[in-house]
Design a protein around this ligand. Structure first.
Ligand code: GLC
Length: 552
Protein backbone atom coordinates (compact mmCIF):
# COMPACT_ATOMS: atom_id res chain seq x y z
CA UNK A 1 0.00 0.00 0.00
CA UNK A 2 1.14 3.52 -0.72
CA UNK A 3 2.23 5.64 2.21
CA UNK A 4 -0.54 7.67 3.77
CA UNK A 5 -0.35 11.39 3.12
CA UNK A 6 -0.99 13.78 6.01
CA UNK A 7 -4.11 15.14 4.40
CA UNK A 8 -5.68 11.71 4.08
CA UNK A 9 -5.73 11.18 7.79
CA UNK A 10 -6.99 14.52 8.97
CA UNK A 11 -10.18 16.51 9.10
CA UNK A 12 -10.40 19.72 7.08
CA UNK A 13 -12.40 22.59 8.52
CA UNK A 14 -13.78 25.19 6.15
CA UNK A 15 -13.93 28.79 7.34
CA UNK A 16 -16.05 31.51 5.77
CA UNK A 17 -13.95 34.35 7.16
CA UNK A 18 -16.61 37.00 6.73
CA UNK A 19 -18.88 35.14 9.16
CA UNK A 20 -16.43 33.45 11.50
CA UNK A 21 -15.16 35.82 14.18
CA UNK A 22 -14.94 39.61 14.21
CA UNK A 23 -12.24 41.12 16.44
CA UNK A 24 -12.74 44.76 15.43
CA UNK A 25 -16.47 45.35 15.76
CA UNK A 26 -16.78 45.99 12.02
CA UNK A 27 -19.56 43.43 11.62
CA UNK A 28 -17.47 41.19 9.39
CA UNK A 29 -15.04 38.53 10.52
CA UNK A 30 -11.27 38.87 10.10
CA UNK A 31 -8.02 36.91 10.03
CA UNK A 32 -7.14 37.74 13.62
CA UNK A 33 -10.52 36.33 14.54
CA UNK A 34 -9.45 33.03 13.02
CA UNK A 35 -6.11 33.07 14.84
CA UNK A 36 -8.01 33.69 18.07
CA UNK A 37 -10.02 30.50 17.53
CA UNK A 38 -7.18 28.16 16.58
CA UNK A 39 -7.29 26.38 19.91
CA UNK A 40 -11.00 25.69 19.46
CA UNK A 41 -10.30 24.22 16.03
CA UNK A 42 -7.36 22.19 17.27
CA UNK A 43 -9.45 20.81 20.11
CA UNK A 44 -12.14 19.83 17.61
CA UNK A 45 -9.55 17.82 15.69
CA UNK A 46 -9.07 19.87 12.54
CA UNK A 47 -5.71 19.48 10.79
CA UNK A 48 -6.23 21.91 7.94
CA UNK A 49 -8.27 25.07 7.62
CA UNK A 50 -9.59 26.05 4.22
CA UNK A 51 -10.38 29.74 4.03
CA UNK A 52 -12.75 30.96 1.35
CA UNK A 53 -11.14 33.91 -0.50
CA UNK A 54 -9.51 36.60 1.61
CA UNK A 55 -7.99 38.59 -1.26
CA UNK A 56 -8.84 42.19 -2.14
CA UNK A 57 -12.28 42.12 -3.70
CA UNK A 58 -15.29 44.35 -4.31
CA UNK A 59 -17.18 41.48 -2.58
CA UNK A 60 -19.95 41.27 -5.17
CA UNK A 61 -19.75 37.50 -4.66
CA UNK A 62 -18.17 37.70 -1.21
CA UNK A 63 -14.58 37.39 -2.32
CA UNK A 64 -15.04 35.07 -5.31
CA UNK A 65 -14.50 38.22 -7.35
CA UNK A 66 -10.82 38.92 -6.83
CA UNK A 67 -9.12 42.19 -7.73
CA UNK A 68 -5.59 41.28 -6.56
CA UNK A 69 -4.42 37.67 -6.34
CA UNK A 70 -1.49 38.30 -4.01
CA UNK A 71 -2.98 40.69 -1.48
CA UNK A 72 -5.27 40.54 1.54
CA UNK A 73 -8.62 42.32 1.67
CA UNK A 74 -8.26 45.13 4.26
CA UNK A 75 -11.66 44.08 5.56
CA UNK A 76 -9.99 40.86 6.73
CA UNK A 77 -6.66 42.35 7.82
CA UNK A 78 -3.16 42.53 6.40
CA UNK A 79 -0.59 40.26 4.84
CA UNK A 80 1.16 40.28 8.22
CA UNK A 81 -2.05 38.95 9.82
CA UNK A 82 -2.10 36.19 7.24
CA UNK A 83 1.54 35.32 7.95
CA UNK A 84 0.77 35.24 11.64
CA UNK A 85 -2.21 32.95 11.06
CA UNK A 86 -0.12 30.55 8.99
CA UNK A 87 2.61 30.52 11.66
CA UNK A 88 0.23 30.11 14.60
CA UNK A 89 -1.57 27.31 12.82
CA UNK A 90 1.72 25.60 12.08
CA UNK A 91 2.64 25.73 15.77
CA UNK A 92 -0.48 23.67 16.41
CA UNK A 93 0.26 21.35 13.53
CA UNK A 94 -2.51 22.77 11.38
CA UNK A 95 -2.16 24.06 7.83
CA UNK A 96 -3.90 26.91 6.09
CA UNK A 97 -5.49 26.16 2.73
CA UNK A 98 -6.34 28.97 0.34
CA UNK A 99 -9.01 29.25 -2.30
CA UNK A 100 -7.84 29.89 -5.86
CA UNK A 101 -10.50 31.53 -8.01
CA UNK A 102 -8.97 31.17 -11.44
CA UNK A 103 -11.89 30.79 -13.81
CA UNK A 104 -12.62 34.49 -13.47
CA UNK A 105 -11.41 37.64 -11.77
CA UNK A 106 -13.32 40.68 -10.58
CA UNK A 107 -14.30 43.23 -13.20
CA UNK A 108 -12.33 45.63 -10.98
CA UNK A 109 -9.09 43.70 -11.41
CA UNK A 110 -6.53 45.93 -13.21
CA UNK A 111 -6.20 43.16 -15.83
CA UNK A 112 -9.85 43.47 -16.77
CA UNK A 113 -9.88 47.25 -16.59
CA UNK A 114 -7.07 47.26 -19.14
CA UNK A 115 -8.58 44.48 -21.24
CA UNK A 116 -11.89 46.23 -21.65
CA UNK A 117 -10.36 49.62 -22.48
CA UNK A 118 -9.82 48.85 -26.18
CA UNK A 119 -9.45 46.00 -28.63
CA UNK A 120 -5.70 46.39 -28.91
CA UNK A 121 -4.23 46.85 -25.46
CA UNK A 122 -1.63 44.52 -23.94
CA UNK A 123 -4.29 42.58 -22.01
CA UNK A 124 -6.82 42.60 -24.81
CA UNK A 125 -6.78 38.81 -25.06
CA UNK A 126 -6.86 38.07 -21.32
CA UNK A 127 -10.64 37.59 -21.16
CA UNK A 128 -13.27 36.02 -23.41
CA UNK A 129 -14.43 38.68 -25.86
CA UNK A 130 -16.85 38.06 -28.73
CA UNK A 131 -18.75 40.18 -31.22
CA UNK A 132 -22.52 40.50 -31.00
CA UNK A 133 -24.79 38.36 -33.11
CA UNK A 134 -26.12 40.06 -36.17
CA UNK A 135 -28.67 42.53 -34.82
CA UNK A 136 -26.58 43.26 -31.75
CA UNK A 137 -27.74 40.64 -29.26
CA UNK A 138 -25.43 38.53 -27.06
CA UNK A 139 -23.14 36.06 -28.89
CA UNK A 140 -25.03 33.02 -27.53
CA UNK A 141 -28.13 32.24 -25.47
CA UNK A 142 -26.15 31.03 -22.44
CA UNK A 143 -27.44 31.78 -18.95
CA UNK A 144 -24.88 32.52 -16.23
CA UNK A 145 -24.93 30.29 -13.16
CA UNK A 146 -26.38 33.11 -11.05
CA UNK A 147 -29.10 33.85 -13.62
CA UNK A 148 -29.41 36.29 -16.55
CA UNK A 149 -27.26 36.23 -19.69
CA UNK A 150 -23.68 34.99 -19.34
CA UNK A 151 -22.64 37.89 -21.62
CA UNK A 152 -22.31 41.57 -20.86
CA UNK A 153 -21.83 44.27 -23.45
CA UNK A 154 -18.86 46.62 -23.24
CA UNK A 155 -19.15 49.85 -25.21
CA UNK A 156 -15.41 50.61 -25.25
CA UNK A 157 -14.75 47.50 -27.33
CA UNK A 158 -18.22 47.18 -28.88
CA UNK A 159 -18.04 43.54 -27.83
CA UNK A 160 -19.43 41.21 -25.21
CA UNK A 161 -17.45 39.45 -22.49
CA UNK A 162 -18.33 36.05 -21.06
CA UNK A 163 -19.01 35.52 -17.38
CA UNK A 164 -19.93 32.05 -16.19
CA UNK A 165 -21.05 33.62 -12.90
CA UNK A 166 -22.00 37.26 -12.22
CA UNK A 167 -21.44 40.19 -14.54
CA UNK A 168 -18.76 41.35 -12.09
CA UNK A 169 -16.84 38.06 -12.62
CA UNK A 170 -15.43 38.08 -16.19
CA UNK A 171 -13.96 34.73 -17.28
CA UNK A 172 -10.20 34.67 -17.81
CA UNK A 173 -8.88 33.35 -21.12
CA UNK A 174 -6.81 30.31 -20.22
CA UNK A 175 -5.83 29.83 -23.87
CA UNK A 176 -3.51 32.80 -23.39
CA UNK A 177 -0.16 31.62 -21.94
CA UNK A 178 0.43 34.97 -20.22
CA UNK A 179 -2.78 34.49 -18.25
CA UNK A 180 -1.76 31.04 -17.12
CA UNK A 181 1.71 32.25 -16.14
CA UNK A 182 0.25 35.10 -14.07
CA UNK A 183 -2.14 32.78 -12.26
CA UNK A 184 0.53 30.17 -11.55
CA UNK A 185 2.86 32.87 -10.21
CA UNK A 186 0.19 34.02 -7.75
CA UNK A 187 -0.31 30.47 -6.44
CA UNK A 188 3.46 30.11 -6.03
CA UNK A 189 3.49 33.35 -4.04
CA UNK A 190 1.20 31.72 -1.47
CA UNK A 191 3.19 28.49 -1.46
CA UNK A 192 6.23 30.57 -0.55
CA UNK A 193 4.23 31.94 2.38
CA UNK A 194 3.80 28.40 3.64
CA UNK A 195 0.19 27.49 2.83
CA UNK A 196 -0.67 23.81 3.08
CA UNK A 197 -2.82 23.49 0.01
CA UNK A 198 -5.41 24.96 -2.28
CA UNK A 199 -9.08 24.57 -2.99
CA UNK A 200 -9.51 25.39 -6.65
CA UNK A 201 -12.74 27.13 -7.48
CA UNK A 202 -15.07 26.39 -10.39
CA UNK A 203 -12.24 24.72 -12.23
CA UNK A 204 -14.34 22.78 -14.72
CA UNK A 205 -15.19 25.98 -16.57
CA UNK A 206 -11.70 27.18 -17.54
CA UNK A 207 -11.71 25.55 -20.98
CA UNK A 208 -14.23 26.93 -23.44
CA UNK A 209 -15.53 25.12 -26.52
CA UNK A 210 -13.80 25.88 -29.82
CA UNK A 211 -17.04 27.15 -31.33
CA UNK A 212 -19.58 29.18 -29.37
CA UNK A 213 -23.11 28.16 -30.31
CA UNK A 214 -26.64 28.56 -29.01
CA UNK A 215 -27.98 25.63 -26.99
CA UNK A 216 -31.51 24.29 -26.65
CA UNK A 217 -33.30 26.44 -24.05
CA UNK A 218 -33.84 24.72 -20.71
CA UNK A 219 -36.17 27.23 -19.06
CA UNK A 220 -38.82 29.85 -19.75
CA UNK A 221 -36.22 32.58 -20.32
CA UNK A 222 -35.17 31.00 -23.64
CA UNK A 223 -31.64 30.39 -22.37
CA UNK A 224 -29.52 27.36 -21.58
CA UNK A 225 -27.22 27.09 -18.59
CA UNK A 226 -23.63 27.95 -19.41
CA UNK A 227 -22.79 24.87 -17.37
CA UNK A 228 -24.38 22.63 -20.01
CA UNK A 229 -22.41 24.32 -22.77
CA UNK A 230 -18.95 24.67 -21.24
CA UNK A 231 -18.36 22.43 -18.19
CA UNK A 232 -15.50 19.98 -18.56
CA UNK A 233 -14.72 20.75 -22.19
CA UNK A 234 -12.19 18.35 -23.77
CA UNK A 235 -8.67 19.73 -23.55
CA UNK A 236 -9.14 21.02 -20.02
CA UNK A 237 -6.77 18.42 -18.60
CA UNK A 238 -3.86 19.85 -20.62
CA UNK A 239 -4.25 23.14 -18.78
CA UNK A 240 -4.51 21.35 -15.48
CA UNK A 241 -1.45 19.17 -15.99
CA UNK A 242 0.50 22.34 -16.67
CA UNK A 243 -0.95 23.84 -13.47
CA UNK A 244 0.20 20.78 -11.56
CA UNK A 245 3.70 20.92 -13.03
CA UNK A 246 4.15 24.66 -12.55
CA UNK A 247 2.68 24.90 -9.07
CA UNK A 248 1.76 21.78 -7.11
CA UNK A 249 4.47 19.24 -7.93
CA UNK A 250 7.18 18.86 -5.35
CA UNK A 251 5.22 20.40 -2.47
CA UNK A 252 3.79 18.54 0.48
CA UNK A 253 0.37 20.10 0.02
CA UNK A 254 -3.07 18.96 -1.01
CA UNK A 255 -5.24 20.31 -3.76
CA UNK A 256 -8.97 19.91 -4.02
CA UNK A 257 -10.77 20.96 -7.15
CA UNK A 258 -14.37 22.11 -7.27
CA UNK A 259 -15.48 20.08 -10.21
CA UNK A 260 -19.14 20.31 -11.01
CA UNK A 261 -19.52 18.43 -14.29
CA UNK A 262 -16.92 15.70 -13.80
CA UNK A 263 -18.57 12.31 -13.57
CA UNK A 264 -17.46 9.50 -11.30
CA UNK A 265 -16.23 7.58 -14.34
CA UNK A 266 -13.84 10.43 -15.14
CA UNK A 267 -12.39 10.71 -11.62
CA UNK A 268 -9.22 8.74 -12.36
CA UNK A 269 -8.19 11.38 -14.93
CA UNK A 270 -8.53 14.05 -12.31
CA UNK A 271 -7.21 12.58 -9.07
CA UNK A 272 -4.50 10.12 -8.17
CA UNK A 273 -0.99 9.58 -9.48
CA UNK A 274 -1.83 10.43 -13.06
CA UNK A 275 -4.49 12.97 -12.28
CA UNK A 276 -4.05 16.63 -11.51
CA UNK A 277 -5.47 17.15 -8.02
CA UNK A 278 -5.26 15.30 -4.71
CA UNK A 279 -9.05 15.35 -4.42
CA UNK A 280 -12.10 16.58 -6.22
CA UNK A 281 -15.40 17.85 -4.87
CA UNK A 282 -18.03 15.85 -6.59
CA UNK A 283 -21.63 17.05 -6.71
CA UNK A 284 -23.92 14.07 -7.24
CA UNK A 285 -24.81 13.51 -3.58
CA UNK A 286 -25.64 17.16 -2.89
CA UNK A 287 -27.75 17.38 -6.02
CA UNK A 288 -30.17 14.61 -5.01
CA UNK A 289 -33.09 17.07 -4.69
CA UNK A 290 -32.77 17.84 -8.42
CA UNK A 291 -33.43 15.83 -11.54
CA UNK A 292 -30.84 17.59 -13.59
CA UNK A 293 -28.56 20.58 -12.90
CA UNK A 294 -29.36 22.84 -9.99
CA UNK A 295 -32.29 25.07 -10.79
CA UNK A 296 -33.87 25.83 -7.40
CA UNK A 297 -37.41 25.85 -8.76
CA UNK A 298 -36.95 22.41 -10.26
CA UNK A 299 -36.61 20.22 -7.22
CA UNK A 300 -37.97 16.70 -7.24
CA UNK A 301 -38.86 14.38 -4.37
CA UNK A 302 -36.00 11.98 -3.66
CA UNK A 303 -35.59 8.71 -1.89
CA UNK A 304 -32.77 7.64 0.39
CA UNK A 305 -31.59 5.12 -2.20
CA UNK A 306 -30.72 8.04 -4.51
CA UNK A 307 -28.43 9.60 -1.90
CA UNK A 308 -26.92 6.24 -1.00
CA UNK A 309 -26.37 5.43 -4.66
CA UNK A 310 -24.54 8.72 -5.25
CA UNK A 311 -22.27 8.23 -2.24
CA UNK A 312 -21.54 4.61 -3.13
CA UNK A 313 -20.75 5.54 -6.72
CA UNK A 314 -18.18 8.09 -5.65
CA UNK A 315 -16.67 5.67 -3.13
CA UNK A 316 -16.33 3.17 -5.97
CA UNK A 317 -14.87 5.84 -8.28
CA UNK A 318 -11.77 6.23 -6.12
CA UNK A 319 -11.62 2.74 -4.63
CA UNK A 320 -8.43 1.76 -6.46
CA UNK A 321 -6.83 5.03 -7.34
CA UNK A 322 -7.35 8.53 -6.05
CA UNK A 323 -8.95 9.99 -2.98
CA UNK A 324 -12.19 11.71 -2.20
CA UNK A 325 -13.24 14.59 0.05
CA UNK A 326 -16.36 13.74 2.06
CA UNK A 327 -18.67 16.69 2.64
CA UNK A 328 -22.27 17.62 3.21
CA UNK A 329 -21.91 21.36 3.70
CA UNK A 330 -19.97 24.29 2.38
CA UNK A 331 -20.57 27.99 1.83
CA UNK A 332 -22.67 27.26 -1.28
CA UNK A 333 -25.14 24.90 0.32
CA UNK A 334 -27.96 25.15 2.81
CA UNK A 335 -27.41 23.63 6.25
CA UNK A 336 -27.28 19.87 5.94
CA UNK A 337 -29.75 19.00 8.70
CA UNK A 338 -32.46 20.91 6.84
CA UNK A 339 -31.32 19.85 3.39
CA UNK A 340 -31.07 16.11 3.98
CA UNK A 341 -33.86 15.89 6.57
CA UNK A 342 -36.52 18.13 5.00
CA UNK A 343 -39.27 16.54 7.09
CA UNK A 344 -37.66 17.83 10.28
CA UNK A 345 -37.22 15.75 13.39
CA UNK A 346 -34.67 16.05 16.16
CA UNK A 347 -32.03 18.33 14.62
CA UNK A 348 -29.34 17.14 17.02
CA UNK A 349 -29.82 13.55 16.01
CA UNK A 350 -29.90 14.56 12.36
CA UNK A 351 -26.58 16.39 12.75
CA UNK A 352 -25.03 13.39 14.50
CA UNK A 353 -26.35 11.07 11.79
CA UNK A 354 -24.58 13.09 9.11
CA UNK A 355 -21.43 13.40 11.23
CA UNK A 356 -21.33 9.62 11.51
CA UNK A 357 -21.39 9.19 7.74
CA UNK A 358 -18.93 12.04 7.19
CA UNK A 359 -16.38 10.45 9.50
CA UNK A 360 -16.71 6.82 8.51
CA UNK A 361 -16.79 6.92 4.71
CA UNK A 362 -13.44 6.52 2.97
CA UNK A 363 -11.92 9.91 2.20
CA UNK A 364 -10.95 13.15 3.89
CA UNK A 365 -13.83 14.66 5.86
CA UNK A 366 -14.55 18.36 5.30
CA UNK A 367 -16.49 20.14 8.05
CA UNK A 368 -18.02 23.52 7.34
CA UNK A 369 -18.05 26.11 10.13
CA UNK A 370 -21.03 25.59 12.41
CA UNK A 371 -21.78 22.14 11.03
CA UNK A 372 -20.05 20.77 14.13
CA UNK A 373 -22.65 22.61 16.22
CA UNK A 374 -25.60 21.45 14.16
CA UNK A 375 -26.35 24.98 12.92
CA UNK A 376 -29.56 25.24 10.88
CA UNK A 377 -31.14 27.30 8.10
CA UNK A 378 -32.65 30.74 8.51
CA UNK A 379 -35.98 31.82 7.08
CA UNK A 380 -36.25 35.50 6.27
CA UNK A 381 -39.51 37.15 5.21
CA UNK A 382 -38.48 38.96 2.06
CA UNK A 383 -36.06 38.38 -0.78
CA UNK A 384 -34.48 41.73 0.06
CA UNK A 385 -33.28 40.32 3.36
CA UNK A 386 -30.98 37.96 1.42
CA UNK A 387 -27.48 39.05 0.45
CA UNK A 388 -26.46 36.06 -1.69
CA UNK A 389 -26.28 36.97 -5.36
CA UNK A 390 -27.44 33.54 -6.51
CA UNK A 391 -30.52 33.67 -4.26
CA UNK A 392 -31.64 36.74 -6.16
CA UNK A 393 -30.93 35.16 -9.55
CA UNK A 394 -32.79 31.96 -8.70
CA UNK A 395 -35.73 33.94 -7.25
CA UNK A 396 -36.07 35.91 -10.50
CA UNK A 397 -35.84 32.73 -12.54
CA UNK A 398 -38.59 31.11 -10.45
CA UNK A 399 -40.87 34.11 -11.07
CA UNK A 400 -40.18 33.79 -14.81
CA UNK A 401 -41.10 30.12 -14.59
CA UNK A 402 -44.53 31.22 -13.32
CA UNK A 403 -44.16 30.64 -9.58
CA UNK A 404 -45.69 33.12 -7.13
CA UNK A 405 -43.40 35.32 -4.99
CA UNK A 406 -44.25 33.15 -1.97
CA UNK A 407 -43.27 29.98 -3.82
CA UNK A 408 -40.10 31.59 -5.14
CA UNK A 409 -39.21 32.63 -1.59
CA UNK A 410 -39.76 29.09 -0.35
CA UNK A 411 -37.10 27.86 -2.80
CA UNK A 412 -34.76 30.48 -1.37
CA UNK A 413 -35.56 29.36 2.18
CA UNK A 414 -34.60 25.81 1.31
CA UNK A 415 -31.56 26.49 -0.86
CA UNK A 416 -30.09 29.91 -0.16
CA UNK A 417 -26.35 30.05 0.37
CA UNK A 418 -27.02 32.62 3.10
CA UNK A 419 -28.24 29.71 5.23
CA UNK A 420 -24.60 28.75 5.63
CA UNK A 421 -23.29 32.31 5.86
CA UNK A 422 -24.97 33.60 9.01
CA UNK A 423 -22.53 34.36 11.85
CA UNK A 424 -20.81 31.48 13.56
CA UNK A 425 -22.60 30.82 16.85
CA UNK A 426 -19.99 31.09 19.59
CA UNK A 427 -22.11 31.78 22.67
CA UNK A 428 -25.43 33.26 23.74
CA UNK A 429 -24.33 36.88 24.06
CA UNK A 430 -25.51 39.45 21.47
CA UNK A 431 -25.00 38.38 17.83
CA UNK A 432 -23.97 34.92 18.98
CA UNK A 433 -20.67 36.34 20.20
CA UNK A 434 -19.57 36.86 16.59
CA UNK A 435 -19.28 40.66 16.71
CA UNK A 436 -19.77 43.59 19.04
CA UNK A 437 -20.92 45.63 16.03
CA UNK A 438 -23.77 45.06 13.60
CA UNK A 439 -23.26 41.74 11.82
CA UNK A 440 -23.29 41.85 8.02
CA UNK A 441 -25.93 39.09 8.11
CA UNK A 442 -28.10 38.62 11.19
CA UNK A 443 -27.31 35.66 13.42
CA UNK A 444 -29.74 32.78 13.37
CA UNK A 445 -32.04 33.35 16.35
CA UNK A 446 -31.48 29.85 17.64
CA UNK A 447 -28.00 30.87 18.80
CA UNK A 448 -29.30 30.99 22.35
CA UNK A 449 -29.38 27.19 22.38
CA UNK A 450 -27.11 26.20 19.48
CA UNK A 451 -23.69 27.69 20.27
CA UNK A 452 -20.15 26.50 20.91
CA UNK A 453 -19.99 27.52 24.59
CA UNK A 454 -23.21 25.72 25.52
CA UNK A 455 -22.19 22.67 23.53
CA UNK A 456 -18.75 22.49 25.10
CA UNK A 457 -20.48 22.12 28.44
CA UNK A 458 -23.00 19.52 27.32
CA UNK A 459 -21.68 15.97 27.04
CA UNK A 460 -24.50 15.00 24.67
CA UNK A 461 -24.01 17.93 22.28
CA UNK A 462 -23.36 17.74 18.55
CA UNK A 463 -19.97 19.38 19.18
CA UNK A 464 -18.86 16.72 21.62
CA UNK A 465 -20.08 14.01 19.28
CA UNK A 466 -17.93 15.54 16.53
CA UNK A 467 -14.88 15.60 18.78
CA UNK A 468 -15.32 11.95 19.66
CA UNK A 469 -15.96 10.73 16.17
CA UNK A 470 -13.10 12.75 14.66
CA UNK A 471 -10.80 11.11 17.20
CA UNK A 472 -12.20 7.73 16.27
CA UNK A 473 -11.67 8.47 12.58
CA UNK A 474 -8.08 9.61 13.07
CA UNK A 475 -7.01 6.76 15.31
CA UNK A 476 -8.66 3.87 13.53
CA UNK A 477 -6.74 2.60 10.49
CA UNK A 478 -9.78 0.69 9.21
CA UNK A 479 -11.62 3.97 8.81
CA UNK A 480 -8.66 5.36 6.89
CA UNK A 481 -7.96 2.54 4.48
CA UNK A 482 -10.74 -0.03 4.82
CA UNK A 483 -12.57 -1.12 1.72
CA UNK A 484 -16.10 0.30 1.45
CA UNK A 485 -19.10 -1.89 0.82
CA UNK A 486 -22.70 -0.75 0.86
CA UNK A 487 -25.13 -2.90 2.88
CA UNK A 488 -28.93 -3.05 2.77
CA UNK A 489 -28.76 -1.19 -0.53
CA UNK A 490 -32.52 -1.33 -1.20
CA UNK A 491 -33.51 -0.09 2.25
CA UNK A 492 -35.28 3.32 2.12
CA UNK A 493 -34.80 4.05 5.83
CA UNK A 494 -31.29 2.92 6.63
CA UNK A 495 -27.93 3.82 5.10
CA UNK A 496 -25.45 1.12 6.11
CA UNK A 497 -21.98 0.25 4.94
CA UNK A 498 -18.93 -1.65 6.06
CA UNK A 499 -15.26 -0.81 5.99
CA UNK A 500 -12.96 -3.79 5.94
CA UNK A 501 -9.22 -4.19 6.23
CA UNK A 502 -7.58 -7.57 6.82
CA UNK A 503 -9.69 -9.31 9.41
CA UNK A 504 -11.12 -6.11 10.87
CA UNK A 505 -14.59 -4.93 9.89
CA UNK A 506 -16.44 -1.80 10.94
CA UNK A 507 -20.14 -1.26 10.19
CA UNK A 508 -21.95 2.07 10.12
CA UNK A 509 -25.74 2.15 10.19
CA UNK A 510 -27.83 5.31 10.09
CA UNK A 511 -31.61 5.56 10.24
CA UNK A 512 -32.69 8.52 8.09
CA UNK A 513 -36.34 8.17 9.02
CA UNK A 514 -38.29 9.50 11.99
CA UNK A 515 -39.67 6.01 12.64
CA UNK A 516 -38.01 2.90 13.98
CA UNK A 517 -36.17 0.97 11.28
CA UNK A 518 -35.96 -2.78 11.60
CA UNK A 519 -32.51 -4.36 11.24
CA UNK A 520 -31.91 -7.84 9.86
CA UNK A 521 -31.25 -10.28 12.71
CA UNK A 522 -27.63 -10.19 13.89
CA UNK A 523 -26.79 -7.21 11.67
CA UNK A 524 -24.88 -5.30 14.33
CA UNK A 525 -22.23 -7.42 16.00
CA UNK A 526 -19.32 -6.75 18.31
CA UNK A 527 -18.51 -3.49 20.04
CA UNK A 528 -20.41 -0.26 19.59
CA UNK A 529 -17.63 2.28 18.93
CA UNK A 530 -19.97 5.26 18.94
CA UNK A 531 -23.69 5.95 18.72
CA UNK A 532 -26.04 8.90 18.82
CA UNK A 533 -28.25 7.44 21.56
CA UNK A 534 -26.99 6.80 25.07
CA UNK A 535 -27.42 3.05 24.84
CA UNK A 536 -27.15 0.42 22.11
CA UNK A 537 -30.06 -0.34 19.77
CA UNK A 538 -31.87 -3.68 19.94
CA UNK A 539 -33.68 -5.15 16.95
CA UNK A 540 -34.35 -1.79 15.33
CA UNK A 541 -32.65 1.56 14.95
CA UNK A 542 -34.55 4.31 16.72
CA UNK A 543 -35.57 7.52 14.85
CA UNK A 544 -32.49 9.11 13.22
CA UNK A 545 -30.19 6.82 15.17
CA UNK A 546 -26.59 6.42 14.01
CA UNK A 547 -24.22 3.71 15.21
CA UNK A 548 -20.76 2.41 14.39
CA UNK A 549 -19.83 -1.17 15.34
CA UNK A 550 -16.62 -3.06 15.11
CA UNK A 551 -16.99 -6.81 14.71
CA UNK A 552 -14.92 -9.07 16.88
C1 GLC B 1 -17.79 28.48 -6.63
C2 GLC B 1 -17.82 29.02 -5.23
C3 GLC B 1 -18.97 29.95 -5.10
C4 GLC B 1 -18.77 31.08 -6.06
C5 GLC B 1 -18.54 30.57 -7.48
C6 GLC B 1 -17.99 31.64 -8.35
O1 GLC B 1 -18.89 27.71 -6.93
O2 GLC B 1 -17.84 27.98 -4.31
O3 GLC B 1 -19.14 30.45 -3.81
O4 GLC B 1 -19.89 31.91 -6.03
O5 GLC B 1 -17.63 29.52 -7.53
O6 GLC B 1 -16.66 31.90 -8.03
Amino acid sequence: MKATKWWQNTAVYQIYPKSFNDTTGSGTGDLRGITEKLDYLKDLGAGALWLTPVYPSPMVDNGYDISDYTGINPQFGTLADMEELIAEAKKRDMRIVMDLVYNHSSDQHPWFIESKSSRNNAKSGWYIWRDAKEGGSAPTNWRGIFGGSAWTYCAERDQYYLHTFAEAQPDLNWENPEVRAALFAAANFWLDKGVGGFRIDAITYIKKPAVFEDGTPDAADGMVSVHTMTANTPGILDFLHEFRREVFDGHDIFTVGEANGVSVAELPDWVGENGVFSMLFEFAHVLVPYEDGECWSKMVPWKLTKLKGALSASQAGVAKEGWYPIYFENHDRARSVNYFFPKGGDARLAAKALATILMTLRGTPFIYEGEELGMTNVKWDTIDAYDDISSHGQYELALKEGFSPAEALSFVHFNSRDNARTPMQWNDTANAGFTTGTPWLPANENYHTINAAAEEADADSVLNYYKQIIRLRKTNPVLLNGVYEELLAENEQIYAFSRTEGNRRIVTAVNFSAEEAQLPAGFLRGVRLIGSYADAPKAALRPLEAVVYEEE
